[in-house]
Structure formats: C-alpha cells, structure tokens
Design a protein around this ligand. Structure first.
Ligand code: ATP
Length: 433
C-alpha cells in the first residue's frame, strides 16, 4: 500500500533518548527474526497530539512471546509471558515496561480479506480496538522505521477532536467502551462523533451495560476517576444515563459534585507540590462518591463494581477513619504538631487528603497541609541506634524516650542532636532515679 508519512522526528523529539534507541534496537531484532514490529495504541495517539506518554505497547506480526523473550535477553530484562494470549510484559531494569502482543495469525491464512497481505494481521488487530484515535501504529523494522500507519482515519479524527468507534457493533461487542468513550471525550476538548453518540444511546437504552462484568465497570470507573477532569466525565455519564444503569442509586447530584470539587481542589494543591509522588486519586473520588451513602448502599455499589466483600469493607473502614479524624480535630481547637501527628499518623495519604478536602475551617486545613508538607516526613535528630551507639543501655524506657524526643522535636522543643541527647540523659536517669 501507500507508505505512510514518517514520524521518525516525533519519535526522536517526543521520547527520551533511551526509549528511541530501545525502539530502534527492538526493530532490528524483529527484522533478524523475520517478524514485523509496530508501536501501537495510546502512545502513538499521544505522540501525534504532542502529549507525553511513555507506555510502550508493541505488536508483533509473528510470535509476540518468542520476540519478547529475545528482547528481554538482549536487554537483560525480565519477561512475563502469557502463552495463552500470546502476550508478554518485558520489564527493564530502569523500571520501564513494554507490553508485547501478537497480531493474531489465524487471519494470516486468509489473505483474501485484505489486499495487502503483509499488513493484514496488523490491520485486523487495530480494527478490534475501541476508537479510531487509538488505531495508529508506527513501523519499527529498520527499512521503514518511523512510518506512521493510519488505516482508519485517526489523524483526521484527532484534527477534528472526535471520538469515533470503528463500526456500528462496537458497543454491542464490548459495552465497557461506553465508559472509555466518555473518558477520552473529556480529555483535551474532544467530543463524541454523531454516529458514535447515537450508538451509545441505543446501547444504553437496550440495557447492554448490564452485560459488562462488574470488575470491568470498576476498572473503567477507576480510570475515569484517575483522569484530570472526573467531574465532567461524571456529568456526561449521568446525562447519558450510564450511572443509573450501573447502579440505580448512583446519582451525580449537587452534593456529590461539591464533594468532587473539593477533592479536585485538594489534589491540584498536592500535585503542584509533589509532581512525582504517586497518589491514588481515584480513591479520594471514590470516597466522595460514597460519602452520603449508608453502609448497605456502599456494599451494594461494591457488588455492582464486582468488588469482594473485603474490598468494600476496606472502603468503609477508610470512610470511618476519615470521620474519626474529623471528629478528633473538631474536638480540639488548638493542636500541637505532635497531637496532629498522633491523630493523622496512621491514616493513608489518600485518607488524609480526603479529610482535608472535607474540612471547612482554614485553621484545620492548615494543620492538614503542614502535616503533608512537613510533619509526615519528620525524622527526629536521634534514632534508637544512635542512643545505643553512644552508650545508653538497652532498657525498656528507651522506646518511650524516643517517642518523647520525636514529639518534642515536632513541637520545636528539641532542635538538634545535642538537645536530643541531653533530653535522653535527663529522661532516662529521671525515670530510673
Ligand atoms: P491512557 O492514555 O489512558 O493510558 P490508553 O489508550 O493507553 O490510554 P488503555 O486503557 O491502557 O488506554 O488501553 C490500551 C489500548 O488498548 C488502547 O489504545 C485501546 O485501543 C485498547 N483497548 C483498551 N480497552 C479496549 C476495549 N475495551 N476495546 C477495544 N480496545 C481497547
């Protein structure tokens, strides 16, 4: 067929040097094995849109598992093959991972379906995907390295900012794509294609959402809640009557919207300060979603999401922990840092941020924010090991002494090593004497 345009320059520009080299080497390796190798999916979409994305998805025309093992061998990486699905994950030492899939070969024997025999298996693989914008590939074999393959008009749809399915049975095949459509629509100002929108309406009205396993719904909802703008996704899902189809009592009302807004604001604050710290944002939104439900309703929602009882109970425990924190804070208008740490120290970062989003008082907000920025990382000027090394004897009061040093350190009463040693001396002799 017509060779696609080269996006070699994009590969070079948009990717760290080591990724570029890695893809080149992978292409050479595939060539030597007689396979065709392609970069596919979200990373190609994002590269064309100039958005950062480092999730490498590869498709092999040939045997993906054999290729992945060879690739892992060359790079000294770990490989986890999935023989049944002919896929593999290759984990490189730097923490990078690559997902390798096989373009299914059964169609290779029926080249009549497509005129270009060489590309037919890739084309069929891409045809199975959710939306046109996700169907581009970049060839990686040396003689065509960097060639952009776009069978289904992805570049046009990116230009027009449209989410479009590939064929009219798409949502029948997999209704969870309805949730994915909304997720992609609310990113970067896209909208649903007219035909796609009407296919979604029909699928919802026909009750197809009931055919999705709960776990899939949860997986897709979690991805939505991990997005930049979950509020807009929720509004859209409500408008399309998807929420009520998932669970009748799931209504994105003003109260829930307010809880979501508060979470969003808190997350923005956190992400501004800690750009690299991973946070399970979805969990905060999930707490917001269930904030005004009674425990039975939370368990029922958990069922709709295919959660195990234990997982729903973890959610309820978290809710309880947050409420406990709020009660304790409210009962003490003035708090020393050590007292705040006592209250917050056992909660997860997500629970703390959620509690912070719930709290109205500027005074308490300040306590939360100082905990997150300072106190949670506080290290006292001496450790137990230090005290033993200096010659303090291993005695039962040492633990209490260290705790006291920590508290006083947090409160600014002990500032340095010398101060801590002096305190320990007085404390331990005081107790014994
Ligand atoms: P993100 O930027 O959120 O990582 P992504 O496109 O990588 O987006 P994933 O959910 O990781 O999204 O999916 C990876 C690829 O697999 C997508 O590009 C998509 O084409 C395909 N895919 C995922 N789920 C489906 C589905 N239900 N039906 C068809 N294709 C799917």
């Amino acid at each position: 067929g017509m060779p696609g345009k080269s996006v070699r320059y994009l590969l070079r520009e948009r990717m760290p040097e080591e990724y570029f080299e890695l893809l080149k080497k992978a292409g050479e390796l595939a060539e030597g094995m007689g396979f065709n190798l392609f970069l596919v999916g979200g990373i190609v979409r994002d590269m064309v849109m100039r958005v950062e994305n480092l999730d490498i998805d590869l498709v092999v025309e040939g045997d993906g598992v054999v290729f992945a093992k060879a690739l892992a061998g060359v790079f000294g990486a770990k490989v986890s093959p999935h023989e049944k699905y002919k896929t593999a994950v290759v984990r490189l030492s730097g923490g990078h991972r690559m997902d390798v899939a096989t373009a299914r070969l059964e169609y290779y024997r029926m080249p009549g379906a497509f005129p270009e025999v060489e590309e037919s298996t890739l084309k069929l693989d891409l045809y199975r995907r959710d939306f046109t914008i996700n169907t581009m590939a970049v060839a990686l074999n040396p003689h065509r390295f960097g060639e952009l393959i776009d069978y289904f008009g992805a570049q046009r749809d990116i230009r027009e900012k449209k989410i479009r399915v590939l064929h009219s049975l798409s949502f029948v095949e997999d209704p969870s794509r309805i949730l994915r459509a909304v997720r992609f629509e609310k990113r970067r100002g896209f909208s649903l294609g007219k035909q796609t929108l009407s296919l979604i309406s029909s699928a919802v009205h026909a009750g197809f959402l009931r055919n999705i396993p709960g776990r899939r719904i949860f997986h897709e909802m979690r991805q939505i809640l991990q997005e930049e703008e979950p509020i807009r996704c929720m509004e859209r899902l409500q408008e399309l009557k998807v929420l009520e189809a998932i669970y009748p009592d799931l209504v994105f009302d003003e109260q829930m919207r307010e809880a979501f807004r508060a979470v969003r604001e808190t997350l923005l604050w956190f992400r501004l300060l800690y750009t690299h710290e991973k946070i399970r944002a979805w969990f905060l939104y999930f707490l917001a979603m269930t904030e005004s439900m009674d425990p039975q309703a939370v368990m029922a929602l958990g069922d709709a999401f295919g959660l195990r009882r234990e997982d729903s109970e973890i959610l309820l425990d978290s809710r309880e922990k947050v409420r406990e924190i709020m009660r304790k804070m409210a009962s003490r208008p003035e708090m020393l840092p050590s007292q705040a740490v006592e209250v917050l120290g056992k909660a997860s970062l997500e629970e703390i941020l959620y509690a912070m989003s719930r709290c109205r008082s500027a005074n308490f907000k300040k306590i939360f924010s100082t905990y997150v920025t300072t106190w949670r990382n506080y290290r006292p000027p001496v450790s137990g090991r230090d005290l033993l090394a200096i010659g303090f004897s291993r005695n039962p009061d040492l633990g209490a002494c260290l705790k006291e040093i920590r508290n006083r350190g947090l409160n600014g009463e002990i500032r340095d090593f010398a101060g801590a040693i002096a305190f320990a001396q007085a404390y331990l002799t005081g107790i014994r004497g």
